[in-house]
Design a protein around this ligand. Structure first.
Ligand code: 5GP
Ligand code: MN
Length: 338
């Protein structure tokens, strides 16, 4: 990590700080924000976490979650003022201003010192400090390391450790993905030492399904899974009406794309959903095949090699057709994955 000394100096007197996760924050984005906010508060700063959108109910146990300000049109002026008046802005688990919706323009216009803490590919160059590594499995791993480098390990309590553990657990697919390094396990061991109850966090994240969510999953897998053997690809698409009929809440479709990827012989999977604000794609891949490249080159998105996302201006049907139509471009790569 770069400039830690100068960064430490910057945080040596109380500051007004805003911490922002990406659109529809997942456990890593929200857990990293809340963990980091917890540390900054203990250091005497005034900290506000501002989320561009709401987030899944299974993250609502995180300490400090009840103080997160979620962007809504009625709160625009209040949020604009907070971003404008901040001394420091932390962009956590994203590195492109297109990932925070309406907040993007506010961050761009702000004169605050801007800091990115992130592990996604291809960061934009808007930050004064960049704590960024694509080697990190989760942003929460980077938050832990930054805290240690600042000499503040002692400030990590049980609540903060559990926020960070949640991010690492989910971004590694419960320690299954290829990003699960020795360092991941070492950091988790430290978080357990610092009080994280890993079993409790696992239960809160994975075992709190609503009946409608399970029914949605059952419906999607039994009725909507399309397998394209030639391209070693499987995908699911869900319309606004289908999502509505299962009373879908934010986060209910999370994990669905992994079922498609879990099919034997499949190396690329997509979940294509029609949301209030357009069509969203969630892409996953195995091994050398880059979901990031497909997201970046065809769906205005990005992410990591094996987990990426994007969006489409087309309607659901046309997006599905477009998805199918780009596969032939990758025929060789798709068939070369071991
Ligand atoms: P998910 O499919 O779970 O929404 O996202 C998978 C990964 O891709 C996450 O790391 C997420 O941050 C990233 N991602 C999702 N959607 C987008 C997008 O529209 N643009 C970019 N750049 N990254 C995305
Ligand atoms: Mn992450």
């Amino acid at each position: 990590m770069q400039n830690v000394e100068a960064f430490k100096e910057l945080l040596s007197s109380p500051k007004k700080i805003v911490v922002i996760p990406h659109y529809k924050p997942d456990a890593d984005a929200l857990g990293s924000c809340l963990g980091w906010a917890g540390i900054l508060k203990k250091k005497g700063h005034h900290v506000q976490v501002i989320s561009p959108t709401d987030y899944p109910i299974f993250l609502k146990w995180m300490k400090g979650e009840d103080e997160v300000l979620v962007f809504q049109e009625e709160r625009r002026l209040q949020i604009e003022r907070q971003v404008q008046e901040a001394d420091l802005l932390f962009c956590v688990d994203f590195s492109g201003l297109g990932r925070i919706g309406e907040l993007g323009k506010m961050v761009e216009a702000s004169e605050a010192v801007k800091v990115i803490i992130d592990h996604h590919l291809e960061p934009e160059g808007f930050a004064d400090y960049l704590f960024w590594s694509t080697q990190a499995a989760a942003t929460a791993e980077l938050v832990y390391e930054l805290t240690v480098q600042m000499g503040d390990r002692g400030l990590i309590d049980k609540d903060i450790a559990e926020c960070l553990y949640a991010g690492i657990n989910t971004d590694t697919g419960s320690f299954k993905h290829s990003n699960t390094t020795k360092n991941v396990h070492l950091v988790v061991a430290e978080l357990i030492d610092l009080g994280a109850d890993t079993s409790k966090v696992g239960n809160l994240i994975y075992d709190t399904n609503s009946l409608s969510r399970l029914k949605l999953m059952g419906y999607a897998l039994s009725k909507k899974l399309v397998v394209l053997k030639r391209y070693k690809t499987a995908y699911l698409s869900l319309s606004k009406e289908e999502l509505l009929s299962f009373h879908t809440q934010t986060g209910d479709t999370e994990g669905l794309v992994n079922y498609a990827l879990s099919l034997k012989g499949v190396v690329f999977a997509a979940l294509i959903t029609e949301r209030e604000d357009g069509v969203k794609l969630s892409l996953r891949s195995k091994g050398s095949f880059s979901a990031n490249e497909v997201a970046r080159d065809h769906f205005s998105g990005g992410g990591h090699r094996n987990a990426a996302g994007g969006r489409s201006e087309l309607d659901l049907k046309a997006t599905v057709e477009k998805f199918e139509s780009v596969l032939p471009l990758y025929l060789k790569q798709l068939n070369n994955v071991n």
